[in-house]
Design a protein. Structure first.
Length: 239
């Protein structure tokens, strides 16, 4: 990967060997508990099963805290501010911004062991598209094309037309296979950045589906507000 590509996107390790070993141990403990239940009685087996469930919960919380600490450290290194109200640590969807520089850092899990890191300079973004099952449900052009009327939130219909367009009443409540934020970048080596919110079929009406749709709305809104403010600053400088 060349220097320019590493600025925009890279893959990082999502879990440690210690947490992976603990996860395997908890699963083995659960299976052993079922075996003991059949062989010696369900009182002893239930204790092992409950213990394995508790251990899985502790491991999950520890992994979330560890990943969040790593992300906050990464934000500090880049001079960014972590945005907890626009993040979902439970689903490993984390975002930080620098409004002054117009930069965004996003982490999203793509497997049990990998996290995608996207570091984006919004000045370089030519097009923004939020795609649901390969159909664009929101799309916007480059900063230079943003009209003066759109500055200050008018493009969002006051309360937020982006959020309104992404309700389940509009996109449906059935299963979806993908929900991706696509950013076209003014760069030959890395012309497209994709941030996935959904990687496998999921019901939008489910708790997980609703949460992922909500975070996609928040990230799209956040990026577009930042781009509009960049456009506003550019217009002021031209006056």
């Amino acid at each position: 990967m060349n220097k320019k590509q590493s600025k925009y996107s890279r893959t990082i390790q999502a879990s440690t060997a210690e947490s992976s070993f603990s996860g395997i141990l908890s699963v083995l403990l659960f299976i052993f508990g079922i075996y003991i239940g059949f062989e010696s009685g369900w009182i002893e087996g239930s204790i092992l099963i409950i213990g394995s469930i508790v251990l899985i919960g502790v491991i999950s919380a520890k992994k979330q805290k560890s990943l969040l600490s790593r992300f906050e450290s990464r934000c500090r290194d880049l001079g960014l501010e972590y945005k907890p109200h626009h993040s979902d640590p439970e689903r490993d969807l984390l975002i930080g911004i620098s409004e002054n520089d117009g930069t965004v850092l996003a982490w999203c899990r793509v497997s049990d062991y990998e996290i995608y890191e996207k570091y984006i300079d919004l000045h370089d973004v030519l097009n923004v598209e939020l795609s649901l099952d390969d159909n664009a449900i929101y799309k916007a052009g480059p900063i230079a094309a943003l009209s003066a009327a759109a500055i200050g939130g008018a493009a969002f219909g006051g309360a937020g037309a982006i959020v309104g367009s992404l309700t389940t009443n509009q996109v449906g409540k059935g299963k979806i296979s993908s929900l991706v934020l696509k950013l076209l970048i003014n760069d030959i080596d890395t012309p497209m950045i994709q941030i996935p919110f959904v990687l496998k079929p999921i019901k939008l009406a489910s708790k997980d589906g609703a949460a992922r749709l909500e975070i996609a709305e928040k990230w799209t809104n956040l990026i577009e507000v930042m781009r509009h403010r960049i456009a506003e600053r550019n217009q002021r400088q031209e006056v």
